[in-house]
Design a protein around this ligand. Structure first.
Ligand SMILES: [Cu+2]
Length: 396
């Protein structure tokens, strides 16, 4: 801290001295002419070339970034509507790239071309209606087209026909985990309310609702390939966002309301793992892990496990300290495997029953010990109070 203060004092002293010399220079006006502060043609040329150099830097860095990090972007979409989202995204990127490439070039070219020169005089230019019209109409038309296409894509993705055969699944968000609830045989989710959360019923499902009787609660999401899955999202505490990057789906989870999103998975987990880009990506990650493991083992640590790809559901709203770790594994099965997996799960009603049965034998014994302990405590308190009263009387 002291050294920081010393540095600040020294800097301020230097600034004060510099200002003093400037004042001294001003007092000398008229004694001799000093035009070192006025830009010469040589200065303007240097500035012009430096600006051109900066333009080259922008272009080279953009292309270098695209080549070096472009591959890290999400690859093949794993949902039906994913192609539509990627198309919209690619059109937007190409437009941004082209516009920035042309406008930056023009901006720096004109700055260079019209740099200061003793023999040139600046042109007074008030306005041009033609120019104003061109640079207002072109962006408006392009943006309108982009927005209209976006709206068309959004409506297409968000539309779920009431009569459509879909699988209903609830995604429940809370700090910092996801839980899924399947609608069961009737494919209707039972009602739920945060006030009904108790014991194993961590989602507050209303067990008096007939639709809730066959609901299944799980902590790993399984969905079948080729079937539309309709997610209904709820949040227990704060804003979360259900983000399925590989399926190009994201929807906020808002406390007090139900939000929704539906999509059709197009690759099972096993199929997606076999895609050439994914094989290459996983090999690359494992190569890095192996290198890191050598380092770790040399330091006496344990080696890292090899990585296998899995779809993930992430939280995409900063919702608290462990937000970064709020995720759930998503498995896309073949329809047969999905049916088999689901049939092996117990319903929430069964879970509640089992939990109650487990509690009962303990309940029989616990109250006796509890009551005995309470009686002893009460007697102790009474004795202490009497003792204190007696001591007070004795003092008097
Ligand atoms: Cu969250």
């Amino acid at each position: 801290m002291t050294s920081l203060l010393v540095i600040i004092v020294l800097v301020l002293l230097a600034v004060a001295l510099w200002q003093l010399t400037k004042i001294f220079d001003l007092t000398q006006v008229g004694a001799s002419s000093d035009d070192s502060q006025v830009a010469s043609d040589n200065d303007n040329n240097i500035q012009g070339y430096v600006m051109f150099g900066f333009l080259a830097f922008i272009y080279i860095f953009t292309i270098y970034g695209l080549l070096k990090w472009g591959g890290l972007a999400l690859h093949t979409p794993a949902s039906e509507h994913g192609l539509l989202v990627d198309n919209l995204m690619n059109i937007t990127w190409v437009l941004i790239f082209l516009v920035q490439f042309i406008t930056q070039g023009l901006l720096y070219w004109f700055s260079f071309k019209n740099r200061g020169n003793k023999d040139k005089k600046a042109l007074f230019f008030a306005d041009s209606n033609k120019l104003e019209a061109i640079w207002s109409i072109i962006p408006s038309v392009v943006l309108a087209c982009l927005i209209l296409y976006g709206l068309y894509a959004w409506n297409n993705i968000m539309f779920v026909d009431k009569d459509e055969d879909v699988i209903e699944i609830e995604l429940y968000a809370q700090q910092f985990k996801w839980t899924a609830r399947y609608a069961g045989q009737d494919n209707v989710l039972g009602k739920a309310n945060v006030r009904l959360i108790e014991g194993v019923n961590t989602l507050g499902v209303d067990m008096s609702d007939p639709n809730a009787q066959d609901d299944i609660v799980v902590s790993e999401l399984h969905i079948p390939k080729g079937k539309k899955v309709h997610f209904k999202m709820r949040s227990q505490d704060v804003l979360h966002s259900a983000y399925f990057p590989h399926f190009r789906a994201q929807m906020n989870c808002v406390p007090g309301m139900v939000t929704e999103f539906a999509f059709v998975p197009t690759y099972t987990t096993a199929e997606y793992r076999e895609l050439p880009f994914m094989v290459e990506k996983v090999a690359n990650i494992n190569k890095l892990r192996a290198e890191k493991s050598i380092e770790l083992v040399a330091k006496g640590g344990t080696a890292l496990d090899p990585y296998t790809f899995d779809y993930l559901l992430l939280c995409n709203k900063i919702c608290g300290a462990s937000h970064y770790n709020m995720q759930m594994k998503v498995v896309v099965d073949t329809p047969e495997d999905y049916k088999k997996w689901l049939s092996e799960k117990t319903t929430l009603a069964q879970d509640i029953k089992a939990a109650k049965a487990a509690e009962k034998p303990a309940e029989g014994a616990a109250p006796t010990t509890d009551t005995a302990a309470k009686v002893i405590d009460t007697v102790k308190t009474v004795v202490d109070t009497v003792k204190a009263a007696v001591a007070k009387v004795a003092m008097k």
